[in-house]
Structures are given as structure tokens and as C-alpha cells.
Design a protein around this ligand. Structure first.
Ligand code: NDP
Length: 249
């Protein structure tokens, strides 16, 4: 698939995170010009400098993906700097885990805003343009916990399940225009978030994964890269699970 995305512009939200970094570098390896977003300026500068040392030239923009107007501004800026967006990866996300008994409206709204509103905020302004140009790829990063629910994650599981409803609807609206819309649902991936969990808890999680290990960020990036490629033109409205067999349906 080398050079598969040459000439394409990819916009990845939340590129500075564990999975986001792997997605950005994979898409760049395939020839795409890659733009991403940040909120934390210091983290973003370090990230950009580290990747530069590895030979990557990533464009990075301040943007809260929970803010529709900010997303429209970002999309216009990326179009001006790199060209119109061909591949959108909605990857930014947060957790605010707690049981429903203790969950406040703020816990609920923050998670729905960052994980689900963001998918609308980024996709809605781009989709008509992709359809008009006759090619586009939208890839939404959900979670295994959006498929099966999870204790202490009613907000996160709702947002992640909602993402796939969005995917299936949007996919139908642009299916004849060369634009595909898909969901990727990762299982537990060895990012800072998961590695920060106490080792005994992590061992219990691993015991539930048939392949016997956590996933690697690159394994999610490869799924995203495949969906972004020409080869995946007949896949739309799908929810691809990459979870080591932890949840099958
Ligand atoms: P990280 O916490 O490492 O990274 C999250 C990224 O999202 C950061 O770059 C963060 O930027 C950005 N972000 C969060 N909120 C906003 C916002 N409102 N506006 C703009 N950017 C924002 O997460 P992971 O890499 O682990 O996860 C990436 C995606 O994969 C998420 O959607 C997550 O839910 C999903 N996922 C992860 C799994 C895992 O095991 N790690 C499993 C299943 C799904 P900043 O730091 O600047 O705020």
C-alpha cells in the first residue's frame, strides 16, 4: 500500500494521543499530507518536534472539536494550507468514568461533547464537499465499550454507540458519491491511558482478551489506513472491531 494516499489530505482529530499519533504517522507513511488538532499547546509542540526528528512534517492546529464554529474554521484553514480534506479521522475522545449514581450532568455532557458532538461538528461541514468532489473517506473511532457497554462508562458507551448510528446514516447519504463512512471499534490498546491502570487490573483485562495481550496503536492505524485506501471503496457503514476477540458479534 506504499504511496497509496499520495496527493490526499488527511485530517485526524486528537493526533497527539497514543492512537492518534499512530494514525497520523501511518497515513503520512502512505503519502498523505496530514493535519491534526490540539488543545494542549505544550504537548502539541513537543509532539510536533519529536515527529519532525523522525522525518514527519505534521500540520497541527488548535481546535476544540466540541465547538462547531471552531471546526468549520479549522477545516477552512486546512483547505487553505494543505488543500481540501479527502480523509477525515474522528479520533479525539475523552473519558470521565464514574457510576451513574455519581455521574453529574457535567460528566455526561463533557463526554458526549468531546466524543459524539465532535463527529457531527467535523463531518457535517466536510461531507457535502467530499461528495461534490466525488471521493472521500470518513473514519470514526468508537470503542468496544460502545458495542457492549461498560460499568462506570454510561456516558462514554452512549457516545461511542451513538457514533456508529451516525456512521450508518451518513454512509447512506453519500454512498453514491464515492464517499465512504465507517466506524472502527478498538478494544484495549497499550496507550498511556491503559498503561496507567494498575498492573493487577491490567492483568485482569488481558485475561479477558482471547489473543492474550493488549492491542498496539499501530494495529488500529493499519485498519484506518485500509479504510482510507482505494481498496476499501465497497466498505461503507461498517463497524470494524479490532479487539483481539474480546467482543464478537
Ligand atoms: P488519548 O487520551 O491518548 O488522546 C486523546 C486525544 O484527543 C488527545 O490528542 C487530546 O488532545 C484529544 N482531544 C480530547 N478532547 C478533545 C477536544 N475536545 N478537542 C480536541 N482534541 C481533543 O487517547 P487514545 O489515543 O487512547 O484514544 C484515541 C481514541 O480511541 C479515542 O476516541 C478513544 O476513546 C478511542 N479508544 C481508545 C482505546 C484505548 O484503549 N486507548 C480503546 C477504544 C477506543 P489534548 O491532549 O490536547 O486534549
Amino acid at each position: 500500500m506504499s504511496g497509496e494516499l499520495r496527493g490526499r489530505v488527511a485530517l485526524v482529530t486528537g493526533g497527539t494521543g497514543g492512537i492518534g499519533t499512530a494514525i497520523c504517522t501511518r497515513l503520512a507513511d502512505l503519502g498523505a499530507r496530514v493535519a491534526t488538532t490540539y488543545r494542549n499547546e505544550e504537548k502539541a509542540r513537543t509532539w510536533q518536534a519529536e515527529l519532525k526528528e523522525q522525518g514527519y512534517d505534521m500540520a497541527i492546529y488548535a481546535c476544540d472539536v466540541g465547538d462547531y464554529d471552531a471546526c468549520v474554521k479549522l477545516i477552512n484553514q486546512v483547505a487553505e494550507d494543505l488543500g481540501p480534506v479527502d480523509v477525515l479521522v474522528n479520533n479525539a475522545g475523552i473519558t470521565r468514568d464514574t457510576t451513574l449514581k455519581k455521574m453529574t450532568p457535567q460528566h455526561w455532557r463533557e463526554v458526549i461533547n468531546a466524543n459524539l458532538d465532535s463527529v457531527f461538528n467535523m463531518t457535517q461541514p466536510l461531507l457535502a464537499d467530499m461528495a461534490q468532489r466525488g471521493w472521500g473517506r470518513v473514519i470514526n473511532i468508537s470503542s468496544i465499550n460502545g458495542q457492549k457497554g461498560q460499568f462506570g462508562q454510561a456516558n462514554y458507551a452512549s457516545a461511542k454507540a451513538g457514533i456508529h448510528g451516525f456512521t450508518m446514516s451518513a454512509a447512506q447519504e453519500v454512498a453514491r458519491k464515492g464517499v465512504t463512512v465507517n466506524t472502527v471499534s478498538p478494544g484495549y490498546i497499550a496507550t498511556d491511558m491503559v498503561m496507567a491502570v494498575p498492573e493487577d487490573v491490567r492483568e485482569k483485562i488481558i485475561a479477558q482478551i482471547p489473543v492474550g495481550r493488549l492491542g498496539r496503536p499501530e494495529e488500529i492505524a493499519h485498519v484506518v489506513a485500509f479504510l482510507a485506501s482505494e481498496h476499501a471503496g465497497f466498505i461503507t457503514g461498517a463497524n470494524l472491531a479490532a479487539n483481539g476477540g474480546q467482543h464478537m458479534h
